[in-house]
Ligand binder design. Structure first.
Ligand code: GDR
Length: 323
C-alpha cells in the first residue's frame, strides 16, 4: 500500500533530499509551504521533483496551519523539518525563532494527537542543543547547554517531542543531527559560503572571503546520507531519539583549506577575518558519536568531508560559470 508523508520545510536542503528519497520509495508526498516573495522552490527544481509533490499552504507559527496540513494529507509519517534555521539570525529574531522552532513543534504534535494519533512523527533536533560542551563526544546521554536563541528554541522542540511520546504514546522520534551540507545548502551557512567564494575567486569574480570565527570546529556530514537516517527512525517499532553524525570534527579553517586546495588556491591569500561575523556566544566544538544509530538503525555516514567539499565546489563552479 502506498504510504503518505507530510514534510514541513520541504523547500529546504533536507526537505528536498527527503522528498526525493520518499518519492523514490513510492510515497505520496505532501509539503507544507509558507508563502514567500522570493523563489524558494529552486532545490525541488534542481532535484527534478517539483511536479511530483502536493503542496499545502501553511506556516508552523500558525496552529490552524498544522491542523489543516494533517487533516488534508492523512499522513502515515510526518517529518517536521521547518524552522528558522540560521543560528546567527536567531539573536536578531529571537521571538520568531521561538515561535517557529519551539511552539511550532507543539502545533504539529497537537494536530497529530487530536487528528492522526497513529501517524509517526520525526522532529529535526540539532547538535546546537549541546552548545557549551563538557564531554569529548556528544551522544544521546550528553547534557544540553544551548548557546543561541535558536538552540534554546530547538531544545524546547526536542523535549516537547519526548513529552508527547511519554504522555500520549505518540510514535515521535527526535533526530539530533550534527551539521550536514550539500550542493543544495543555503549560501548563509559557512560551508556553502566557502565553496561559492572558492568558485568565484577561481573564475575571477571575487577576491576576498570574509569569515568570522574560523577556529570553530564542526562535525560535518552529507545531507543526503542524513535524510536516510530520518526515514529509518520512523520504520522502527519503538520511537526513540538518535544522534546522527560522522564522528569526525574539523575546524572552519581546515574546511576552507580543503575547498580552496581542490581548485589549486591558497585560502590564506583570500581570507579576511571580519569581527562583525562573530556571534555573541559561540559553540566552539561539536563531535558526535553515532554509535546508537549504527547499532539500532544500521545507519552509517557514507560521505567523507573531502568528497563532500569537492561535490559542493564542483556544483558552485558550474553555477558561477553560468551566471
Ligand atoms: P551552525 O552552521 O551555526 O553550526 O548551524 P554555520 O554553517 O552557520 O556555522 C558553522 C560555524 O562556522 C562559523 N563561521 C561562520 N558561519 C557563517 N554562517 N558565516 C560565516 O561567515 C562564518 N564564519 C565563521 C560559525 O560561527 C559557526 O561556528 C547549522 C545550521 O544548519 C543549524 O540549523 C543546524 O541546527 C546546525 O548546523 C546543526
Amino acid at each position: 500500500m502506498t504510504k503518505t508523508a507530510l514534510i514541513t520545510g520541504v523547500t529546504g536542503q533536507d526537505g528536498a533530499y527527503l522528498a526525493k528519497l520518499l518519492l523514490d520509495k513510492d510515497y505520496k508526498v505532501y509539503g507544507m509551504l509558507a508563502r514567500r516573495s522570493s523563489d524558494t522552490l529552486w532545490r525541488l527544481r534542481e532535484l527534478g521533483i517539483l511536479e511530483q509533490l502536493q503542496f499545502i499552504e501553511g506556516d508552523l507559527a500558525d496552529a490552524t496551519s498544522a491542523i489543516r496540513a494533517v487533516c488534508q494529507s492523512h499522513p502515515d509519517e510526518i517529518y517536521n523539518l521547518g524552522a528558522q534555521s540560521f543560528v546567527g539570525t536567531s539573536w536578531n529574531q529571537p521571538v520568531v525563532t521561538g515561535m517557529v522552532d519551539g511552539l511550532g513543534v507543539t502545533h504539529m504534535l497537537e494536530a497529530i494527537r487530536q487528528f492522526a494519533p497513529a501517524a509517526r512523527f520525526y522532529q529535526a533536533s540539532t547538535s546546537e542543543m549541546f552548545g557549551l560542551i563538557q564531554a569529548e563526544h556528544q551522544d544521546e546521554n550528553t547534557p544540553f547547554y544551548p548557546r543561541s536563541p535558536y538552540g534554546v528554541a530547538k531544545l524546547y522542540g526536542h523535549w516537547i517531542t519526548v513529552n508527547y511520546r511519554e504522555s500520549f504514546g505518540l510514535h515521535a522520534s527526535s533526530g539530533i543531527l550534527f551539521n550536514h551540507e550539500s550542493p543544495l545548502r543555503g549560501i548563509e551557512f559557512v560551508t556553502r559560503k566557502v565553496t561559492d567564494a572558492a568558485a568565484r575567486i577561481k573564475l575571477g569574480k571575487q577576491r576576498e572571503l570574509r569569515l568570522g570565527n574560523v577556529d570553530a570546529r564542526r562535525d560535518w556530514g552529507f545531507a543526503g546520507d542524513y535524510v536516510e537516517a530520518m526515514w529509518l527512525m520512523l520504520q522502527q517499532e519503538q520511537a526513540e531519539d538518535y544522534v546522527i553524525a560522522t564522528g569526525v570534527t574539523t575546524s572552519v579553517r581546515e574546511m576552507c583549506r580543503i575547498a580552496f586546495s581542490y581548485l589549486d588556491l591558497n585560502y590564506e591569500d583570500h581570507l579576511v577575518i571580519d569581527p562583525k561575523l562573530f556571534r555573541p556566544a559561540e559553540v566552539d566544538v561539536l563531535l558526535g558519536n553515532p554509535a546508537k544509530a549504527h547499532g539500532k538503525l544500521g545507519w552509517k555516514p557514507k560521505t567523507a568531508l573531502e568528497q563532500l567539499m569537492q561535490q559542493m565546489v564542483d556544483a558552485d563552479m558550474r553555477r558561477v560559470a553560468k551566471e
